[in-house]
Design a protein around this ligand. Structure first.
Ligand SMILES: Nc1ncnc2c1ncn2[C@@H]1O[C@H](COP(=O)(O)OP(=O)(O)OP(=O)(O)O)[C@@H](O)[C@H]1O
Ligand SMILES: C[C@H](N)[C@H](N)CCCCCC(=O)O
Ligand SMILES: [Mg+2]
Length: 211
């Protein structure tokens, strides 16, 4: 089976989609956002299409497209839709795939299930995206505890933002989870600057090689 990597995050709006675009591009792979909430702005899949530099057809269609930019459980309720987690399953693909959740690990899909529950079912290795800015130590260590409590394999942490050396070191030391690299804040953010920053900031063998 080809490599499947789940991109999880410590929160919403921290850069999971940008990192996913960079990683899918670097792996020459596929991208899948199974549940999109918020359709008025550019969707995560559209961002990846714009930034990953991949041929067409590499971004798989979402299973649920929900109108309001809210937690998926609520957005689904407002649309009169019930998210059936059994429908969130992936076909076999001829290459690596990067799969993005929504928000942080404990975000609900419906009144029973959260993203972390399906990640535990899938048993696919996770990369945890974490901000470098203040507040991230707490969010990141809590997220790692939650993954460990469910025996979800964790490849490592991808930091996003400008370097805050002591914060990154503190997270790594307390958790014992490795830092895979760091994606700095990019201005301008383009397909080209993203690829360059991914190549400079991450060791692909650490990501593609193991769990
Ligand atoms: N490395 C970066 N450089 C510049 N801008 C970035 C970077 N990472 C993220 N951003 C910007 O920050 C915003 C939030 O990023 P992004 O959409 O990737 O967050 P997310 O974690 O995927 O959120 P969601 O939970 O909604 O999926 C976007 O406007 C994005 O362009
Ligand atoms: C709409 C947003 N951009 C994400 N797709 C969903 C974020 C859900 C966060 C829920 C929460 O933790 O309170
Ligand atoms: Mg996103």
């Amino acid at each position: 089976m080809t490599k499947r990597i789940v991109i999880a995050g410590t929160d919403t709006g921290i850069g999971k989609t940008v990192f996913s675009a960079g990683l899918a591009g670097l792996l020459d792979g596929f991208y899948w956002k199974p549940v999109q909430s918020g359709l008025d702005e550019e969707t995560d899949s559209e961002v990846v299409e714009r930034l990953a530099g991949l041929p067409t057809g590499r971004v798989l269609p979402e299973v649920y497209r929900l109108k309001e930019p809210l937690s998926p459980h609520r957005s689904a309720e407002l649309d009169g839709v019930a998210i059936d987690v059994a429908k969130l399953s992936l076909p076999d693909l001829p290459g690596p795939i990067v799969i993005e959740g929504a928000g942080g690990l404990m975000v609900p899909l419906n009144r029973q299930k959260k993203f972390i529950d399906i990640f535990a079912q899938w048993r696919m290795p996770v990369i945890l995206c974490a901000r470098t800015t203040l507040g991230t130590i707490n969010h990141t260590l809590l997220s790692i505890e939650a993954l460990r409590a469910r025996s979800i394999p964790l490849i490592g942490i991808a930091f996003i933002g400008d370097e805050v050396a002591d914060t990154q070191r503190t997270i790594v030391e307390f958790s014992g989870v490795r830092q895979l690299g760091r994606l700095p804040h990019l201005d301008p953010l383009t397909s080209g600057t993203l690829r360059e920053a991914m190549v400079a900031g991450f060791d692909l063998t650490a990501i593609a090689g193991g769990e």
